[in-house]
Ligand binder design. Structure first.
Ligand code: LLP
Length: 415
């Protein structure tokens, strides 16, 4: 079900008109639907039925603490990649024992803080990281739970910038070295081997790469079992794609059913780390048309959101739908490049969009809940957007628009 839809001519987020959100909180403004968020998380959770599992939402997709809190209330675990993300999860009421820590470059202070918090598992990606965790766990006097992120060398068939499971990528440990690392880990005094992990990329729209990766992970699991190294969980990462335009990704139900079938009765607990599939289509970005600038070659609609607010179009040439908040009866439909005010030619939200536009119109960029606000910046000294969560007919401001003063709050003049 789509929680952003038209009633008569007006775009609504659940039961609240987009135009009234813009009037109350200004633009640019991210708007998330609580119902969509919860439904998407529950789709993963329910698909497992009685099979032991934990859905660890990938915090990087959208790390607003109100959103993390809603997921924690549902019983979500969390996949983090930094101390900052861990602190957000804890501030949002997430349980430390349901946190897995991914990432290729964990610093000492990050590992120490995670050990002290008592997280569920470190997903180890570098040989030296294992030694570092063992040493720090010894200092703290705890047993560190680890799993290795293996790089299964499968092609996720997605954008090269978000493909992570090929041997030329920096992520994970190749399968042959992984066996060696597991043997080392099993012999370390302060390490407890608990699982195995892989994540091959993001915005995957087919099942085969996931299943190929699982086959390769299972081959390692069987080899380890033969050596007496028994694992409790398999973490299969995130990556399930969403529909931006005309993609047909498998549903969470289809995806989980295929995984369980391929597991063939093995009773490992399964962890997943979905980000985009939970929050991507639970959010939109509202932006106002400032000026229309028709030129001899192109028509530009200059809006008040820019690449600093939503980087995906500029960085990956990502296509996200752009729709009007009010459907106009009159006016001429023209092809517009929807561009921001930032001083870069790459600053666009969409190109060649057929729209009836007038200055002052409100537009919504769809599918903006994932990797939208979380990748935003202050480039061009632009304060970051407000964030709002709609819940039925009520609207909650969950992040105030940044002020210009906040931008230089930590800066100092020379004496
Ligand atoms: N687990 C790990 C270890 C990851 O690196 C990622 C995403 C996820 C889980 C969540 O993946 P998801 O379910 O969201 O596909 N900025 C890019 C996406 C980068 C994804 C990075 N890793 C974009 O806007 O398309």
């Amino acid at each position: 079900m789509d929680f952003f839809s038209y009633r008569q001519q007006a775009l609504f987020a659940e039961d609240v008109a987009a135009s009234s959100i813009a009037a109350d909180y200004g633009t640019p403004c991210y708007v998330y639907s609580r119902a969509a968020l919860e439904q998407h998380w529950q789709a993963f959770d329910r698909a497992f039925g009685a099979h032991p599992h934990l859905i660890c939402y990938a915090v990087k997709a959208n790390s607003n603490i109100a959103l993390l809190n809603l997921l924690a209330r549902l019983g979500s675990g969390f996949d983090i990649v930094s101390l900052g993300e861990m602190q957000r999860v804890l501030a949002a009421g997430g349980r430390p024992g349901d946190i897995v820590f991914s990432g290729v470059g964990k610093r000492e202070d990050e590992i120490l803080a995670a050990l002290k918090a008592g997280i569920r598992c470190f997903n180890v990606e570098v040989s030296g990281e294992l030694d570092r965790i063992n040493e720090l766990a010894g200092q703290v006097g705890v047993l560190a739970p680890v799993s290795f992120r293996v790089n299964p060398d499968v092609d996720a068939k997605t954008h090269p910038y978000i493909s992570t499971g090929l041997k030329e990528n920096k992520f994970g440990i190749d399968i042959d070295s992984a066996i060696h690392e597991y043997r080392r880990a099993a012999a370390m005094p302060n390490i407890k081997v608990v699982g195995i992990d892989c994540h091959i990329g993001s915005q995957l729209t087919g099942l085969n790469p996931f299943l190929d990766a699982l086959d390769r992970v299972l081959a390692v699991v069987d080899l380890l079992a033969a050596e007496g190294i028994k694992l409790q969980h398999l973490d299969l990462g995130g990556g399930l794609g969403i529909r931006y335009r005309d993609e047909f990704p498998p549903s969470p139900e289809e995806y989980v059913a295929a995984l369980l079938q391929r597991l063939g009765g093995r009773d490992f607990e399964i962890l997943l780390e979905p980000g985009r599939a939970i929050v991507g289509n639970a959010g939109i970005l509202l932006t106002k048309v400032e000026y229309l600038k028709p030129t001899a070659n192109k028509n530009f609609a200059i809006v008040d959101a820019a690449m600093n607010d939503l980087l995906r179009p500029a960085l990956y040439s990502a296509w996200q739908d752009i729709v009007p908040a009010e459907l106009a009866d009159s006016g001429q439909e023209l092809e517009w490049d929807i561009v921001g005010p930032v001083c870069e030619t790459g600053d666009f939200l969409g190109k060649g969009r057929l729209l009836k536009l007038a200055p002052g119109d409100l537009l919504a960029v769809r599918s903006a809940g994932a990797y939208g606000f979380s990748m935003s910046s202050n480039y061009n000294s632009r304060p970051r957007a407000a964030e709002v969560i709609v819940d039925g007919n009520s609207c909650h401001l969950v992040r105030e628009r940044e002020t210009v003063q906040q931008l230089w709050a930590g800066e100092r003049l020379l004496p």
